[in-house]
Design a protein around this ligand. Structure first.
Ligand SMILES: Nc1nc2c(ncn2[C@@H]2O[C@H](COP(=O)(O)OP(=O)(O)O)[C@@H](O)[C@H]2O)c(=O)[nH]1
Ligand SMILES: [Mg+2]
Length: 336
């Protein structure tokens, strides 16, 4: 117990090995997790969270590297989390990223961490957010979260950030339709990276008309996502993007939108947490595996439909008052 408090103390002072340890403990769902979260969360709310997403190979990592350099040269301390949904195949590439990033920014205040589904117990999205809080509490003012824009879990991570940057390339035109619709919806700005290649302006037109259509349908946007052209590799357009990120931050801060986002996010976290707790407690109370198997066999023999049996079982463990309250919203009538 004392050890964990010592470790937390070191992490809060910004010591990288301690920060690293804390994130590993959270990843594993160690029993110290709650102590860690209670210590870091209150200190995590002043940081600025940037989400960088887009298809694999769009140049996100290269771009993040350039942005970090820019933030560092303006004396911001930065934490980077690269989230990889499919570790077994790309773990090597990410490790490469990490070595590259850490060696380059070693003397600076930058901290780089990759997280992949394979190593993690529990939801990747949840653990990434927890890791981001640790980084923020350790004194990093800017947290950059890089994620491949594919699944629901990545969307969950992005909605927890303050500014969402969607990175595309001139070649993305064909598969932009195939990209998750939600990703386009939550973009605060677009980047057409690899603009050293042909087609960047076509892509910009395409995005422009897409935003126009959206405005025709749902009215003009208070914040219309700007489109930046960059070449991360040739280091061009980076400063404009950096300034654009700053402008968005200013915009959401001045219009209380940051506050609104954080409020909404907190509520989502709370509901998710409650759902998980209720599920865990319910399952622990109902039946263990062997009993469930026997019971299941029995019920099947009796030709009871599984849904009704599930309802009956669940109702048994909640107190009557709770069920009475829920009766209005749940269909409890047909339960025996
Ligand atoms: N031509 C060109 N190549 C780039 C640019 N940015 C990144 N790349 C290359 O694209 C590949 C994928 O980059 P990476 O940053 O790992 O992409 P990520 O998967 O989105 O993180 C690498 O070989 C980079 O060198 C760019 O602006 N122009
Ligand atoms: Mg990458």
């Amino acid at each position: 117990m004392n050890d964990i408090n010592l470790l937390i103390g070191r992490a809060l002072k910004g010591e990288k090995p301690a920060v690293s340890r804390l994130i590993s403990l959270l990843e594993r769902g160690d029993q110290s997790s709650q102590t860690i979260l209670e210590a870091v969360f209150p200190l995590s709310q002043d940081a600025f969270y940037i989400g960088i997403t887009g298809p694999p190979g769009a140049g996100k990592s290269t771009l993040v590297d350039k942005l970090v350099t820019q933030f560092c040269s303006d004396n911001y301390s930065v934490g980077v989390i690269a989230v990889d949904p499919c570790s077994p195949f790309t773990g090597g590439a990410l490790l490469g990223d990490r070595v590259r990033m850490n060696s380059k920014h070693e003397e600076s205040n930058c901290f780089f961490r990759s997280m992949s589904a394979g190593k993690i117990l529990g939801g990747l999205a949840q653990k990434s957010k927890e890791a981001a809080w640790v980084l923020a509490a350790s004194g990093r003012q800017v947290i950059v979260i890089e994620t491949v824009g594919v699944g629901q879990s990545e969307l969950d991570i992005l909605t927890a950030t303050d500014t969402v940057v969607v990175v595309l390339t001139p070649e993305s035109g064909d598969n932009i339709q195939a990209m998750k619709a939600g990703l386009i919806e939550i973009a605060d700005m677009f980047v057409i990276n690899k603009s050293d290649r042909p087609g960047a302006d076509d892509m910009r037109c395409f995005l422009g008309s897409m935003l126009d259509r959206k405005e025709q349908v749902s009215g003009s946007m208070a914040w219309r996502p700007p489109v930046y052209k960059t070449s991360a590799e040739k280091n061009s357009g980076i400063y404009e993007l950096y300034e654009g990120i700053g402008l968005h931050h200013k915009y959401i801060t001045e219009n209380s939108l940051l506050e609104e986002r954080r409020e909404q996010q907190y509520r989502t976290e709370l509901v998710n947490g409650i759902q998980e707790e209720v599920k865990a407690i319910t399952m622990a109370n109902i039946i263990d595996d062997q009993q469930l198997r026997n019971f299941s066999t029995q019920m099947r023999k009796e030709k009871k439909d599984p849904r009704s049996v599930a309802k009956l079982l669940t109702r048994k463990i909640f107190p009557d008052e709770l069920l009475a309250c829920a009766e209005k919203t749940l269909d409890l009538k047909n339960v025996e």
